[in-house]
Design a protein around this ligand. Structure first.
Ligand SMILES: CC(C)(COP(=O)(O)OP(=O)(O)OC[C@H]1O[C@@H](n2cnc3c(N)ncnc32)[C@H](O)[C@@H]1OP(=O)(O)O)[C@@H](O)C(=O)NCCC(=O)NCCS
Length: 183
């Protein structure tokens, strides 16, 4: 099992595993943000009822137990509101690498929350898991997400052609990478 996450509190956010009793809140947040989330990611189209939301939360917890994924809810400390997710997926200790992912609910975007949450997850990746590199793949044209990565020090490394489906089409993705020594 992966080591516990020691950076639960950032200045404005709390990062912790979601619990199944929060399925309805997750569904409400994703539903209200679906248009924006679905522009560049595939899964929000499928999270349409409480059962799917419960499954999403269960898979998040299973990923931790399998030492593959750390997916945490991002909560606004001032209000306690579920505000998004931050995750480290595909954790591969031998290769020293994992993939960063995130989303922030539309009505809380533009406040620096993605960068704040990602910084805590990167500390976990580099200071606790001692990874060598974190990558992130961003659908071509997702300028808000690539700006988040640039602010964190990531470099763009290339384009992955028709790399994953978003809606009905496979879309090109920019590959970004950050080395431990660059963090
Ligand atoms: C991408 C996303 C996580 C950003 O969350 P956020 O909390 O608003 O991000 P931050 O406030 O930390 O930083 C956003 C930066 O992007 C900039 N930005 C926002 N929209 C932009 C756009 N259309 N073009 C260029 N830059 C943009 C902001 O101005 C800010 O940069 P600045 O601080 O230099 O002004 C959020 O928009 C989101 O969840 N989008 C949908 C899901 C998604 O794309 N996830 C990532 C998949 S790889």
């Amino acid at each position: 099992m992966l080591p516990s996450f020691p950076f639960a509190n950032t200045p404005r956010l709390q990062l912790r595993p979601m619990v199944s009793s929060e399925a309805r809140e997750l569904l409400t947040v994703v539903s209200a943000s679906r248009a924006e989330l679905g522009r560049f990611m595939g899964w929000p189209r499928d999270l349409v009822d409480s059962e799917q939301a419960r499954r999403f939360i269960k898979l998040s917890r299973d990923g931790w137990l399998l030492s593959r994924t750390v997916r945490l809810g991002v909560y606004e400390r001032a209000t306690g509101a579920l505000t998004g997710n931050i995750e480290l997926d595909g954790i591969d200790a031998r290769r020293g690498q994992a993939e960063l992912g995130y989303w922030i609910r539309t009505d809380r975007c533009g406040r620096g929350y993605a960068v704040e949450a990602a910084r805590a997850m990167l500390r976990y990746a580099f200071e606790v898991l001692l990874l060598h590199k974190v990558r992130a793949d961003v659908a071509v044209g997702n300028h808000a997400s690539s700006r988040v990565l640039e602010k964190l020090g990531f470099a763009q490394e290339g384009v992955l052609r028709e790399d994953r489906p978003v809606g009905s089409a496979y879309v090109d993705h920019w590959r970004f990478g950050l080395l431990a020594r660059e963090f």
